[in-house]
Design a protein around this ligand. Structure first.
Ligand SMILES: Cc1cc2nc3c(=O)[nH]c(=O)nc-3n(C[C@H](O)[C@H](O)[C@H](O)COP(=O)(O)OP(=O)(O)OC[C@H]3O[C@@H](n4cnc5c(N)ncnc54)[C@H](O)[C@@H]3O)c2cc1C
Length: 292
């Protein structure tokens, strides 16, 4: 099928883009990499009458380091640019490991970081990773700028705090702590498919004792799911078999996914628990081998 008719604008400044979105309200849609929006429009599941293409707006892409060791990533940065950033694995290994799991390289060549975050597919890697990392999102409109935490950004199934008149311009990622343990893992039918279930996590350790952690799952609800009870179980504990087995049980009990054509709710809960246990073990083993 072909998209329904629409007017196409290609602004060159953020002000111009924000003005167009203000003017057209709910009829307007931002176009970034087009990897999710164009299929939806071609299937006529989305029928915006105005497209505001961001690709000529300068200053919206690039990866930079903040003074405090954190990162700022322009929303229009291609997923492939993040993947190819040679410094990223040292600056944020969890983020670096997440990007190659997104679809196929052809998709990552065009798909943008911001597009994935605003599209907010519950099975997508980057929304869960930004929640795990405690990232902040900068949203710009004709009225000014506001900053929303990743945790508050995801409201429900493909629903975010980004209003129709707003452009996501930047993602701010806090500094990565030296020695932090981390892992990301997922189960999908074929390589490159969206995950049926996935987990992104990190843990800070004092010797063999966990002092802080974040455990975020994807593909198990309408938005990234942080399992705080499992995090609490880890705190003050060693990552031994007994603790990890209990974390697996807690994740299984806490998840409330839906069943769909890809997997049953029970399957997702079981795999969520097992993946979390395995990811924690993999993180601990990598550290023992000197690769944290
Ligand atoms: C075959 C296939 C497999 C895929 N597999 C995966 C996968 O495994 N994991 C995964 O995470 N993704 C996957 N994707 C999706 C891919 O990552 C997309 O690139 C991403 O979801 C959307 O990014 P985009 O830049 O293409 O955004 P677009 O398609 O251009 O836009 C998506 C939505 O976000 C809005 N938007 C985009 N940028 C902004 C912005 N800066 N401010 C405000 N709103 C904005 C648009 O208005 C639109 O609603 C897959 C896609 C395909 C086609």
């Amino acid at each position: 099928m072909k998209p329904a008719p629409f007017d196409y604008y290609c602004p060159e400044t953020l002000d111009e883009a924000a003005g167009l979105l203000e003017q057209h309200g709910d009829d307007g849609k931002v176009l970034a990499g087009g990897q999710s929006l164009m299929p939806l429009m071609s299937l006529r599941l989305a029928r915006p009458s105005v497209i505001v293409d961001l690709n000529r707006v300068s200053g919206l892409d690039g990866i930079g380091a903040n003074g405090d060791g954190g990162l700022h990533i322009g929303a229009l940065t291609r997923q492939r640019a993040l993947e190819r950033d040679a410094g990223l694995p040292a600056r944020n290994p969890l983020l670096a490991a997440a990007v190659p799991l997104i679809g196929h390289f052809q998709i990552r060549n065009r798909g943008t970081v911001g597009g994935s975050l605003v599209h907010a597919d519950p099975a997508a890697e980057l929304p869960a990773v930004t929640v795990a990392l405690g990232a902040d999102f900068v949203l710009a409109s004709a009225g000014g700028e506001r900053v929303v935490s990743a945790d508050e950004f995801y409201l429900g199934y493909m629903a975010t705090a980004c209003e129709a008149n707003e452009v996501l311009t930047e993602i701010r990622v806090p500094a990565w702590k030296t020695g932090r343990l981390w892992a990301i893992d997922e189960v999908s039918r074929r390589k490159g498919d969206f995950a049926m279930v996935g987990v992104a996590l990190w843990a800070d350790m004092d010797g063999s004792t966990c002092t802080d952690s974040r455990i975020t799952l994807f593909g198990v609800g309408g938005r990234p799911v942080r399992v705080e009870k499992a995090e609490q179980r880890l705190h003050g504990a060693a990552l031994d078999d007994a603790t990890l087995k209990e974390v697996e049980r807690i994740v299984f009990e806490e998840l409330e996914p839906d069943s769909d054509i890809h997997a049953s709710a029970l399957y997702r809960r079981e795999v969520g628990g097992v993946l979390t246990r395995r990811a924690l073990r993999a993180a601990a083993e990598r550290a023992t081998e000197g690769g944290a």
